[in-house]
Design a protein around this ligand. Structure first.
Ligand SMILES: N[C@@H](CCC(=O)N[C@@H](CS)C(=O)NCC(=O)O)C(=O)O
Length: 229
């Protein structure tokens, strides 16, 4: 049976920009599972299966899951004979990495990309997006993102722990990527899908890791609609 997933889209169906959805698309490819993604917009909450409010929402037979961490857990539980996303202790560490990504990396990126998101989403999503995000940040999107240069410099400092780690090994998972890599990489796919701003210098170790993941799984992420920065 086909596994399906609601996946956040911009104005064009092909512009898929959710960092959380990218985690799961990479995770599905890691497990060599096919997934049919359904483009979904912020104002289409009534199209999601009952009980879910955000994407990714995965549907696998009778199972419906609306949270990326729970989906990753489910995939390893349900398909244990396929390459695991994470072992038990890796899972413990990935919790920290997820918390760091969501509470530190995403906010630093939001300062750079939130206005670009607004510009790339469907017309019908714009009012909801502007109102909800301006309430969250306490400023207009324009004022919040005004100093791109300073915001990029701050972002580059923020991701320094990633840089140091990737100087010592090719992936957060060591020699090969695991779920933790997909969590961190999702943030970079978010930016790449909707923002032309260059986040990393070409010789940054993080850029090399990002390139490896863009090329992984036959270029799944690298071929997606976005800005090749
Ligand atoms: N904890 C959830 C968060 C997912 C999430 O926030 N997704 C965003 C898209 S990137 C969403 O669906 N937002 C709906 C909205 O803002 O109304 C997960 O890890 O899956």
């Amino acid at each position: 049976m086909t596994i399906t997933m609601y996946d956040l889209a911009g104005a064009e169906d092909a512009r898929r920009f959710s960092p959380y959805c990218w985690r799961i698309k990479m995770a599905m490819a890691h497990k060599d599972l096919d997934v049919e993604t359904i483009p979904w917009r912020f104002t289409e909450k009534d199209r999601l299966p009952a009980g879910t409010k955000t994407v990714p929402t995965l549907i696998d037979g009778d199972t419906v899951i609306g949270d990326s961490w729970e989906i990753a857990d489910y995939l390893d539980r349900k398909y244990p004979d396929r390459p695991l996303l994470q072992g038990k202790s890796e899972r413990g560490l990935a919790k920290f990495l997820t918390a760091w990504t969501e509470s530190v990396v995403h906010p630093a990126l939001t300062r750079i990309v939130v206005l670009d998101i607004y510009k790339h989403i469907a017309e019908k999503d714009r009012e909801y997006f502007r109102t909800s995000r301006e309430a969250r940040v306490g400023k207009t999107l324009e004022a919040f993102t005004a100093d791109t240069e300073a915001n990029v410099a701050a972002f580059q400092k923020t991701v320094h722990p990633l840089r140091i780690t990737l100087r010592m090994q090719d992936y957060l998972g060591g020699d090969a990527p695991n779920y933790g890599d997909y969590v961190a990489f999702g943030a970079f796919m978010w930016a790449r899908s909707i923002s032309p701003v260059r986040l990393l210098a070409a010789d940054d170790t993080i850029a090399a890791w990002r390139s490896r993941l863009l090329a992984a799984f036959d270029g799944l992420a690298g071929k997606a609609l976005g800005y090749p920065v």
